[in-house]
Design a protein around this ligand. Structure first.
Ligand code: NDP
Ligand code: 8X3
Length: 254
């Protein structure tokens, strides 16, 4: 297994959910993290918890390419020796049928889940290669594998993540950079609160009277995939709560 105390992990979306749980997991194993996200107060709290020697924070919107370029260029040593990129920042907005969906929501999902992802990977990949190798972990979703009503653009952005991760593997042949796409199903984080724009009633409904996965479950899978011996690449991990299954095809009848 690889030695986690040598890990320097750049995380997008470390203010909540999977990204925050992963930051804790890597630091608990002796690694260092660069925790990024838009909510500065959350980043400062995380840094106070994990310690400034282990956690460098950057207030960053992944949709802002120029800010990403500047922030990444300014990361000080030893945090600049990044060997794992956790491209996790993302969101769903709305669950309306396509003809009723809000176009601004679609644009935000595309600019965050697709543009933000490709900026992150493209800006950090040359450094990984130059330092002799590393690992890119992306956050796809079961929504990128299966369709569901109202999934429209969110699911399509996650299908992009899946194919981007596979294509990265092709381009990275011989470069010693691994790529893993994590594809979770129902997991209780702030994801639903964001999807339903702060409506706590709607946000809690998906998790009611069932047992969803939690952020630590996903962080553990992320962590595991990066600790495997260097000659092993996990292409993808699809996870569902035991309580979640795939439904039948939906047939309309007169
Ligand atoms: P959370 O809402 O709990 O966390 C999302 C994180 O993304 C936050 O830290 C948020 O930080 C960050 N983020 C969102 N937009 C931006 C932005 N423009 N710039 C920088 N950071 C941003 O959700 P999860 O932890 O559940 O989601 C993490 C990833 O996992 C997402 O890509 C999501 O699509 C995916 N996923 C989630 C599943 C679930 O059921 N929970 C299942 C499958 C996949 P901030 O707002 O501070 O910027
Ligand atoms: C999040 C899981 O099923 O809400 O990607 O789309 S789902």
């Amino acid at each position: 297994l690889l030695d986690p105390s040598r890990f320097v992990v750049f995380i997008t979306g470390a203010t909540s959910g999977f990204g925050e749980a992963a930051a804790r997991r890597y630091v608990a194993a002796g690694g260092k993290v660069i925790a990024t996200g838009r909510r500065k107060d959350r980043l400062e709290k995380l840094q106070a918890e994990l310690g400034a020697d282990n956690c460098y924070i950057i207030e960053l919107d992944v949709q802002d390419r120029a800010a990403m370029e500047k922030a990444i260029a300014e990361i000080p040593a030893p945090f600049s020796e990044i060997n794992i990129v956790l491209a996790n920042a993302g969101l769903a907005l709305g669950l309306q049928p396509a003809a009723e969906a809000v176009l601004d929501d679609w644009e935000t999902m595309i600019s965050t889940n697709i543009s933000g992802l490709v900026y992150t990977v493209r800006l950090l990949l040359p450094g990984l290669i130059a330092r002799g190798g590393g690992h890119v972990v992306t956050l796809g979703s079961v929504a990128g594998e299966y369709a569901y009503p109202g999934g429209s653009v969110y699911g399509a952005t996650k299908a992009f993540v899946k194919q981007f991760a596979l294509n990265l593997r092709s381009d990275l042949q011989g470069k010693n950079v691994r790529v893993t796409n994590i594809e979770p199903g129902l997991t209780e984080t702030e994801f639903s609160l964001v999807r339903f724009k702060g409506d706590e009633g709607k946000a809690s409904a998906p998790y009611s009277r069932t047992k969803a996965m939690n952020a630590d479950d996903i962080a553990e899978s992320i962590f595991w995939s990066t600790t495997l011996p260097a000659h092993v690449n996990v292409n993808k991990i699809e996870l569902m709560a035991t309580t979640q299954a795939i439904g039948p095809f939906d047939i309309f009848r007169e």
